[in-house]
Ligand binder design. Structure first.
Ligand SMILES: Cc1cc2nc3c(=O)[nH]c(=O)nc-3n(C[C@H](O)[C@H](O)[C@H](O)COP(=O)(O)O)c2cc1C
Length: 228
């Protein structure tokens, strides 16, 4: 691909949740990371620290450790709190509409706890993908400050758009944010690092119904105040 427009990359990207059993070639990973390195950051601090993992055993170990922790009744074990503690509208409504929309799309009964759990666990099986980028930052940057999180969020989008341009599909994951400390332990990360999120990268399974789900966005009227 490579020569798709930025607008096309933005509008054609969507989160994929079933991938082919194929890792992303190293040279393409490097191109994606090279492009993403140009993400702007406050004072050019470049607070992102990346573990680009395509080793099956390591990915399996991370996923197994998280699932074992969850199944053992373990609590969320995170460096940062991604989701709000108190959901209020319109955000709560959007969350519910998006979640129930996906279950409906997959013909899964919302009350089918077992199936819902299975779908959530798919996150820790990397949706079948063989390459996952884990993004960390230095803990010192987020002690009493949030700017590095803004920068790392922009970096996430750069990764996904660059991937899109190279024909690579993706899914951002806050599901790993929630078990960041487990991942840090499995990967034996240096003690100064906090895991923020991951991005699954690969080749979507085009026959998978979950990959055709496209949640709607709020209208411009709802979001934007123009002051001309
Ligand atoms: C920071 C962040 C964390 C997310 N975490 C997850 C996740 O853990 N699992 C998942 O399936 N989707 C996750 N998503 C994907 C969102 O559900 C998705 O972006 C949203 O519903 C809009 O759909 P689209 O990405 O297909 O346009 C996450 C997205 C973002 C930006």
């Amino acid at each position: 691909m490579e020569n798709i427009s930025v607008i096309d990359a933005i509008t054609s990207r969507s989160s994929k949740r079933k991938f082919l059993n194929k890792s992303v070639p190293k040279d393409i990973q490097e191109k994606i990371l090279e492009a993403a390195s140009m993400t702007p950051s406050g004072a050019n601090m470049q607070p992102w620290i990346v573990y680009a993992i395509s080793n099956k055993e390591v990915l399996d170990n991370i996923g197994n450790d998280i699932i074992k922790h969850i199944d053992g009744g373990g609590e969320i074990d995170q460096f940062i709190q991604y989701y709000p503690i108190n959901w209020i509208n319109p955000y709560k409504k959007r969350r519910i509409t998006t979640g129930s929309g996906l279950y409906k799309h997959l013909e899964v009964d919302r009350k089918d706890e077992e199936k819902r759990k299975e779908l959530w666990h798919d996150n820790y099986r990397w949706f079948g993908a063989q390459t996952v980028f884990f993004i960390c930052t230095d803990k010192s940057l987020i002690e009493g400050a949030q700017g590095a999180l803004i920068d790392c969020g922009a970096y996430m989008q750069s990764i996904m758009l660059a991937a899109q341009a190279y024909g690579i599909d993706s899914c951002p994951q806050g599901s790993t944010t929630e078990y960041g400390k487990i991942i840090a332990k499995t990967l034996d990360l240096p003690g100064n690092l906090a895991l923020l999120y991951s991005v699954v990268l690969g080749y979507e399974d085009t026959s998978a119904v979950q990959n055709t789900y496209q949640p709607k966005r709020a209208s411009m009227e709802e979001i934007v105040t123009f002051i001309d």
